[in-house]
Design a protein around this ligand. Structure first.
Ligand code: FES
Length: 160
């Protein structure tokens, strides 16, 4: 018989068996959890703590210290709006506001359907194309209100 709870315990066992069960493996254990889920689900971190014997407070101590770890699910598409100098001058604040409006979320949030997460980043390295944003690893250049609306619509419609 299986249940969600046993599923989590089994997954924790797989992770700990594959990585290691002492505190020196805390980072790789957390990285593996995040690799599988795109964030750190509480129940799985707890199960990994039980399985490995590493205190839960130690695992969370490590997880909160490093900015690479996330505590909330990430959307399928990460929308990164560039706020480097060139993009700032070219209207990055407006781009962020328009995207935020299109998605109905603020920076640092994820849409309820888990399709998009929104964040601001430093220079994406293509300043001559400012203002730019990166969605799912793809660069979108010289953004305007019309372009932003069309791009987001394509992602929502599964056409991007
Ligand atoms: S400042 Fe935006 S790409 Fe460089």
């Amino acid at each position: 018989m299986s249940c969600d709870c046993c599923g989590v315990e089994q997954e924790a066992r797989d992770i700990v068996t594959g990585i290691g069960r002492t505190s020196e493996f805390s980072i790789p254990l957390l990285q593996e959890i995040q690799k599988r889920h795109s964030y750190l689900p509480e129940d799985l971190v707890e199960a990994v703590s039980k399985e490995s014997g590493i205190p839960l407070s130690d695992l969370y101590g490590v997880a909160t210290f490093y900015s690479q770890f996330r505590f909330k699910p990430q959307g399928k598409y990460m929308v990164r709006v560039c706020h480097g100098t060139a993009c700032h001058v070219a209207g990055a604040e407006i781009v962020s506001a328009l995207i935020s409006q299109e998605l109905g979320i603020k920076e640092g949030e994820t849409t309820p359907d888990l399709l998009f997460s929104l964040e601001r980043v430093a220079c994406l390295g293509c300043c001559s194309l400012a203002p730019v944003a990166m969605i799912g690893g793809k660069i979108y250049a010289k953004l305007t209100r019309t372009k932003i609306h069309a791009i987001i619509k394509d992602y929502k419609d599964g056409k991007a």
